[in-house]
Write a protein that binds this ligand. Structure first.
Ligand code: 5GP
Ligand code: ZN
Length: 139
């Protein structure tokens, strides 16, 4: 697959980053861009995107960590004009809800009248704790 394609075809976020596809861009610099989500979950739902195409965070070159986090923080600062309450998230992989396979952070403002994530959590057994800890604590 060419680098700027996704399973769904040409990459829409690459087109937006090149200013070929329309978007309500709220911030842009050399390596990153942020724009309003076309189908927002709430008022002000914004996407923060590296301009270079990578599917996911684990493919992002290290030198882009700081610029991307800096843009994310700047967008969060501005979103606080709408609400001090917001979620920052990344969906990685189709089972996690990723539909655009170009890395992006969601910044989703929350308001009084909107439900947040489900509060119910399950417990974790010792066995599961050990196994998952073993998998994630190695480099
Ligand atoms: P994902 O589910 O991949 O984490 O999120 C993709 C997001 O991109 C969704 O929230 C969706 O509404 C948004 N989106 C999809 N196509 C477009 C588009 O053409 N323009 C903009 N601005 N957002 C889009
Ligand atoms: Zn792309």
């Amino acid at each position: 697959m060419p680098p700027e394609a996704s399973p769904a075809g040409p990459c829409i976020f690459c087109s937006i980053a090149r200013h070929e596809a329309p978007a309500r861009i709220v911030y842009e610099d050399e390596g990153t861009i942020a724009f309003l989500d076309k189908f927002p979950l709430s008022r002000g739902h914004t996407l923060v995107v590296p301009k270079g195409h990578v599917d996911r965070l684990t493919e992002l070159p290290r030198e882009q960590y700081t610029p991307l986090l800096s843009t994310l923080s700047e967008v969060c600062r501005r979103v606080e004009r709408l609400s001090r309450h917001y979620n920052v998230g990344v969906n990685q992989g189709a089972l996690a809800g990723q539909i655009v396979f170009h890395l992006h952070f969601h910044v989703i403002p929350r308001y009084e009248d909107q439900p947040t994530f489900p509060r119910q959590r399950r417990g974790i057994s010792d066995e599961e704790g050990k196994e998952v800890h073993g998998l994630l604590s190695r480099a």
